[in-house]
Design a protein around this ligand. Sequence first.
Ligand code: HEC
Ligand code: HEC
Ligand code: HEC
Ligand code: HEC
Ligand code: HEC
Length: 360
Amino acid sequence: MKTRWLRLAIALLLGLPAAAFAVDAPHDASYTSGSCLECHKLHNATGGALTNRPTMAALCQSCHSQTGRPPRVNWSDTDQAAPGVHGTQHNWSASTTSSVHGALPPLDGNMLSRTTGGVLSCAVCHDVHRANAAYAPSQIGTNVAIGTAQANTGGAGGGQLTLQPLGANPVPRGYQVRVVAGGGFVLSHDFGSAAPTWYIWSGGAWVVGTSAGPGKPFTVGTAVTLDDPAVSVTFSGAPVSGDYWNFYVAYPFLRAANDVGQMCLDCHRDRDQNHAIVEGQLVGYGWGGKPFSHPVGQALNANLANYDRAAPLDADGGTAGAGAYSNPTSTLKTYGGNVECISCHSPHNTDSNALTVDPH
Ligand code: HEC
Ligand code: HEC
Ligand code: HEC
Ligand code: HEC
Ligand code: HEC
C-alpha cells in the first residue's frame, strides 16, 4: 500500500505532465490540459490517492457533469439507479458488503483495492489512466458518430470531415486534424496543452514539425489514413487552410476485462446461474434460499427444450435492428453465442424504454 502512494508522490513531483506515467486519451493533453493536477493534488488533497475532490464521484463529475458535455458521458447523482424507481446509471456509491441485491465485494484484486471503506465508486470499475483495449475490445468510444460528416471545430471554411469505420485495434488517441496551406493536413494529439506537438508529412512519413506543415495530401471525397492505420477520415465540401476538427478514439477505461460481462459476474457472482440451477435441478441449491436469476454464460436452447429462438428478437417483436422501431440501443445481443448479463443490462445510459434511443 505504502509503495503505491510513494510511487504516486514521486510521479507527481517529477514533472507535470509526467511522461513516465502517461495517461491515455481523452484524459490526456487532447481533451484536458494533460496535467496530473486535473485530478491530483500533492498537498492537502481532499480525496484518497492524492485526488483533488472529497469523493470519487465528485472528481469524475467535475468534468462528467457539466453543461456542454455530450450526454453519453455526462450525468448527475440523481441518475444513479434504484431498481423499479428511477435512474439510468449503475450505482456508484452503494455498500459492496451489505448490498440489498446480493452484490459482493469484487474478487479481482485491483477492483477490490478501490472499494475504499467497502463502498462502490467509479474507480472500482474504471482506471482513468489507461484506456485498455484488451478489457473491452469491441467497445470503442468516440465523440463523433462514425460515418457522419462533421462541421469543423474551428476555421473559416465550409469543409466537413467524416470519421470512417475503424480498423482493428485503434490506438486510444485524441486528434486535431488541421488543413494547411498547400492543401494537405497536419495532426496533433496534445492540442489541449499550451505547446502542442505537430506531426507533418515529409518524405512519405509523419515526422515532428510545426503547424505550418507540409501536410499529408488528400483528395476531397477519398478516405485518407491518419498516423494510426486503423483510423481514416474523408474530407468533403470545401475545406480551407486553418480549418480543423477535434475528435478522439478510445476505450472505456475499464479496470478489468468485461468483453462478455466478466466484471458484472465478479461482484454479482450470486447470479452466475445456468439453466440447471434455475430449473431447480442442482442438488443443494434449495428453493426458498438463494434467489434465482436468469441463466447466463449459456447459448440459447442450452437445455435442449427447443422453446428458445435461434436469435433474440427486438423489443418490438421483430428481427433485431429492424421492424417498427429499429432502435440500436435496445437490441438484445448474445456474446460468443451466449446470453450474458450485458445482453440485457448496460452499466450506463439505459432508461429501460425501448422506444427511445439512448445516448451511446
Ligand atoms: C482523470 C483524472 C486523473 C488524471 C488526469 C490522473 N489521475 Fe492518477 N489517479 C486518479 C484516480 C481517480 C486515482 C485513484 C484510483 C486509482 O488508483 O486509479 C488515481 C491514482 C493514481 C496513482 C496510484 C494508483 C496506482 O495505480 O498505483 C498514481 C501513481 C497516479 N494516479 C499517478 C498519476 C499521474 C503521474 C498522473 C499524470 C500523468 C495522473 N495520475 C493523472 C485520477 C487521475
Ligand atoms: C479533467 C476532466 C476529467 C475528469 C476529472 C474525468 N474525466 Fe473522464 N473524460 C473527460 C473527457 C473530456 C472525456 C471525453 C468525452 C467528453 O467530451 O467529455 C472523458 C471520457 C471518459 C470516458 C469515456 C471514454 C469513451 O469510451 O468514450 C470514461 C469511461 C471516463 N471519462 C471515465 C472517467 C472517470 C471514471 C472519472 C473519475 C475517476 C473521470 N473520467 C474523470 C474528462 C475528464
Ligand atoms: C459497476 C461498474 C461501473 C461503475 C460503478 C461505473 N462505470 Fe462507467 N462504465 C462501466 C462499463 C463496463 C463501461 C463500458 C461501456 C458499457 O459497457 O456500456 C462504462 C462506460 C463509461 C463511460 C463511457 C460511456 C458509455 O456509455 O460507454 C463513461 C463516461 C463512464 N463509464 C464514466 C463513469 C463514471 C463517471 C462513473 C461514476 C460516476 C462510472 N462510470 C461508474 C462500468 C462502470
Ligand atoms: C464492484 C462490484 C460491482 C460490479 C463490477 C458490478 N456491480 Fe452491479 N451492483 C453492485 C452493487 C454494490 C450494487 C448496489 C446494490 C444495492 O443497491 O445494494 C449493484 C447494483 C446493480 C443493479 C441494480 C441497479 C442499481 O444500480 O442499483 C444492476 C441491474 C446491476 N448492478 C447490474 C450490473 C451489471 C450488468 C454489471 C456489469 C456491467 C455490474 N452490475 C457490475 C456491485 C457491482
Ligand atoms: C434475459 C435478460 C436478463 C439477463 C440475462 C440478466 N438480467 Fe438482470 N434484470 C433483467 C430485468 C428485465 C430486470 C428487472 C426485473 C424486475 O424489474 O423485476 C433485471 C433486474 C436486475 C437487478 C435488479 C434487482 C432485481 O433482481 O430485480 C439486478 C441487480 C440484476 N438484474 C443483475 C443482473 C446480473 C448481474 C446479470 C448477470 C448475471 C443479469 N442481471 C442478467 C434482465 C436480465
